[in-house]
Write a protein that binds this ligand. Structure first.
Ligand code: NG6
Ligand code: CA
Length: 504
């Protein structure tokens, strides 16, 4: 055992000489929910200020061409944690709150990469990758397998989304604060128990739905899915971010002496948007703006904690988002009326759910003060690359059947190289591929526009080709003009799909 550790350390030192003088860096991935490319001031937002994120960007490296793998949550999270594109595996679309665990426990994960080299690991915040075996989770018993079976020593999570039941926190293998005399029942097909629903009792709602969200009412908010029981375990929407942030702070503090990896997946800025009273009304942009401030605050809290423990210099922070922005995602929260000229996707077209870059190009900031020089990078990179990149940094060799969609981009992440990823796949209703600023979107029959979220979805029965270097907004379809480019990109996409299979 000792010899293995020593050989790993020696290997690491030879790879990154910086390890020879200092301890291995802590790594924190801060993963926002639905935060758009244009939602933070260091990416050009002028109507809202995100001072903590800006500070992180100022001292670190800000990426302008980084992508989530998908335009929705579950598949992006699947990919960032496994190094495999979710579109290869059926059932990895937006998961219901009672889905079974979607990641095979035998699979390599980002957490395992760190755990195997002696890091202490934690997942805190939004999970949305299913829990439990085939039949789904047993909310009243041991909830397993889950993050802990995937390499996280500690997990403190909300099972799915803020708008999906059960609205409880799962602390390691159990629902926190569950009273055994008040068991939880969850159903996604039919009503369970006698708690009122938004559909039957709209008069009980404090936040009205604009689309769906009319199943069980919890804390005055209609949710997706039916639930009853577990009253003492139900979270308070307005203080949830504060609570999760405190957990993250205490994990850092507890592990200040040893290297740690924390996946901090904030539930902000997803709907329902319920800002803490510290932020309510503060953005002037309504609750969507207020929860951006709340997210920025939580980032600041983690930075402060690191500072107070003297850990800032040797901690890598990667901050990003799981998909692009959406304004009206199903609740009447005045997000649209109060936007006031703010552009959540910045210069990009589309947003969450979209095949255009607004769906997947997201903020991506890397800070490691003792190693990474401040600046910006326009390198093409995907979140799916984190697994192999950190494996590379820790000198762990992966087999060819592990994390096969991930590329080792650690040099780019640390600002030591500007070589683009050779190609990058984006996943919405259909797939798209980018090679050197040319983007191709496969023809597909899905709707071009979603009226409920007012999103340009980027679907088209015809092939689409855009030159992102001069047309970042994907206005001009050049497919007819450049058939050779279409051929090159579509063939590459077909090859990538066929290499390891696909269901899309
Ligand atoms: C949609 C929900 C939306 C959000 C999304 C998942 C409705 C009408 N819309 O089905 O509110 O929950 O799923 O978002 O129910 S994600 O960021 O987790 O992918
Ligand atoms: Ca999301």
């Amino acid at each position: 055992m000792k010899r293995t550790c020593l050989s790993i350390l020696l290997a690491i030192s030879s790879c990154y000489p910086v390890f020879a003088q200092q301890k291995r860096p802590n790594v924190i991935v801060i993963y926002a929910d639905d935060l758009g490319y244009g939602d933070v001031s260091c990416y050009g937002a002028t109507k809202i200020k995100t001072p903590h994120i800006d500070q992180l960007a100022k001292r670190g490296l800000r990426f302008t061409n980084a992508h989530a793998t998908s335009a929705t949550c579950t598949p992006s999270r699947f990919s960032i944690l496994t190094g495999v594109y979710a579109w290869r595996k059926k059932g990895t679309g937006i998961a219901p709150g009672n889905a079974a665990l979607l990641i095979d426990t035998a699979q390599i994960t980002l957490a395992k990469i760190f755990k195997q080299t002696g890091y202490t690991t934690a997942a805190i915040g939004k999970w949305h990758l299913g829990l439990g075996g085939k039949g789904g989770p047993d909310w009243n018993g041991e909830i397993k397998p889950g993050p802990q079976e995937l390499g996280f020593d500690k997990s403190y999570i909300i099972p799915a989304t803020l708008d999906r039941v059960p609205t409880v926190i799962v602390d390691n293998h159990h629902v926190e604060n569950l009273d055994p005399n008040d068991p939880i029942t969850v159903d996604y097909h039919q009503k369970t128990g006698d708690w009122p629903t938004g559909k039957d009792h709209p008069e009980l709602l404090t936040m009205k739905s604009s689309n769906g969200h009319d199943n069980t009412i919890i804390n005055g908010i209609g949710r997706i899915g039916y639930m009853t029981g577990g009253k003492a375990a139900i979270w308070d929407d307005y203080t949830l971010t504060e609570k999760l942030t405190k957990q993250a702070e205490s994990f850092i503090t507890k592990n200040k002496e040893n290297p740690f990896f924390m996946y901090f997946a904030s539930p902000n800025i997803h709907v329902p948007r319920t800002p803490n009273k510290m932020f309510a009304g503060k953005s002037g942009m309504g609750s969507r703006g207020d929860v951006i401030l709340e997210f920025d605050w939580s980032v600041g809290q983690l930075m402060k904690t690191l500072d107070s423990l003297g850990l800032t210099k040797n901690t890598i922070i990667v901050l990003s988002s799981d998909n692009g922005p959406v304004v009206d995602d199903g609740y009447q929260d005045e997000a649209e009326a109060l936007l006031g000229g703010h552009k959540p996707a910045g210069p990009l077209r589309g947003g969450k759910y979209s095949a255009f870059d607004g769906g997947t190009r997201i903020p991506f900031i890397v800070s490691w003060p003792s190693v990474v020089k401040s600046g910006t990078s326009s390198v093409l990179i995907s979140q799916v690359d984190l697994v192999k990149s950190f494996a590379g940094m820790l000198n762990q060799k992966l087999n060819t059947d592990q994390a096969y969609d991930s590329f080792d981009m650690i040099s780019q992440i640390l600002g030591k190289s500007v070589t683009n990823r050779p190609y990058l796949v984006e996943d919405a209703a259909g797939l798209g591929i980018i090679i050197d600023n040319w983007k191709y979107i496969e023809p597909n029959n899905a709707a071009a526009y979603d009226r409920t979220t007012k999103t340009e979805l980027g679907n088209n029965k015809e092939p689409q080709l855009y030159n992102l270097s001069v047309d970042i907004h994907e206005n001009k379809n050049l497919a007819a003009q450049y058939p050779d480019k279409v051929k090159l990109l579509s063939e590459k996409l077909r090859q990538v799909k066929n290499e390891h299979g696909y269901h899309l």
